[in-house]
Design a protein around this ligand. Sequence first.
Ligand SMILES: NC(=O)c1ccc[n+]([C@@H]2O[C@H](COP(=O)([O-])OP(=O)(O)OC[C@H]3O[C@@H](n4cnc5c(N)ncnc54)[C@H](O)[C@@H]3O)[C@@H](O)[C@H]2O)c1
Length: 385
Amino acid sequence: MLKVAVIGAGIISCAHVEGYLRFPDRCKIVAVCDIFEQEAKRLIAQYKLKDAISCVDYKALIDMDIDLVSICTPTYTHAAIAAEMLRSGKHVLVEEPMAASLEECDAMITAAEESGKILSVVAQHRFRTPIMRLKSVLNSGMIGKVVHAQVDSLWWRGYCYYELWWRGAWEKEGGGSTLTHSSHHIDLLLWMMGKPLDVQAVMANTAHDNAEVEDLSITILRFPNGSLGQLTSSLVHHGEAQRMIFQGTEACIAEPWQVSATISKPNGLPERHPELEQRLNAYYESLPSLPYELHTGQIDDVLRAIEQGTRVLVDGESGKATMQLITAVYKSASLGTRVTLPLSADDPFYTRKGLLSNVLQFHRKQHTQPVPERSMKAKERSKTS
Ligand SMILES: NC(=O)c1ccc[n+]([C@@H]2O[C@H](COP(=O)([O-])OP(=O)(O)OC[C@H]3O[C@@H](n4cnc5c(N)ncnc54)[C@H](O)[C@@H]3O)[C@@H](O)[C@H]2O)c1
């Protein structure tokens, strides 16, 4: 029976607790930690965690008999907590984004290597049946070489979304749409396509002048085999029509699941290839459904890795790869250059301090009440027009 602690008792901690509670024969939660102890106590009461104690300082867990720690605190705290937990002999499942900088990701990976403990970074969307099936179809080679990958990570957030004191500040939130909303799509893109050679990005803040960060970025990626990718990360797209499209030499597949295959007429013009479309659909439908999805699926994976000595699906290197791409987007868009991956330790964007002093700042975060602010601006505009 593995003993688990949860650090950070906020919104996402519920997904972790619910995941652990699905495996009562394999693990039990023995501690919940939050700087606000009432939050830890509330979580314990909400889920009737009868074996769990509460505490306010995660360092209190160091000498406790604990096998696995879920870190569900704000991103800028992940690195220090993860390193200390790993070095005190505990396996770690840390929320995404992995950390606030590449330097911090490396410190976490080093702590995992030196302690010999497991570090897994949350990427719960890999543990969804449609995504696992899409990945299997890609791996099967049935669509041929992937020549183009398109990721539309499209979201919509109103102006007041950035009213919250910490949102939209580079120092506190670490980034805009690319980091906070597209990190899952970026993880999936890298998982499906591998790491790109380089990226060229532009970003803007088009509709949220109460945020320092971007609400729109467009990135072109070049992969080692000559394929191209495009990633749009947005908080300004009505309808939030998110999708991933992989164009192979033989056929195209997409998530949400869609297939289209074409063959050439004698004159080179396209003709539908229904037989291949049928085969792809049949293969997709034949693939098994996952027994556990999202956070529960990833927790199952981490528990199995501890119990059986297997590798986790999403390790520290995977979490860092996502941060590498996001940091490269910020560097490329801020400096107006193409950026080659990976960014090295002497890159100005490698540290949190370096990123903060080099990244594009769109607006100063100063509005606490956006509605009066906006109407004031509208009045000013009407005076000058
Ligand atoms: N996987 C996902 O889809 C997903 C979704 C939401 C949030 N997240 C990530 O989860 C993390 C937490 O986000 P959230 O929305 O739950 O935030 P939250 O603010 O609701 O919860 C964080 C909790 O951590 C506590 N905390 C802060 N510093 C602490 C410390 N040093 N020690 C102990 N407790 C501390 C806070 O008091 C708070 O209760 C972030 O990294 C976020 O990016 C991931």
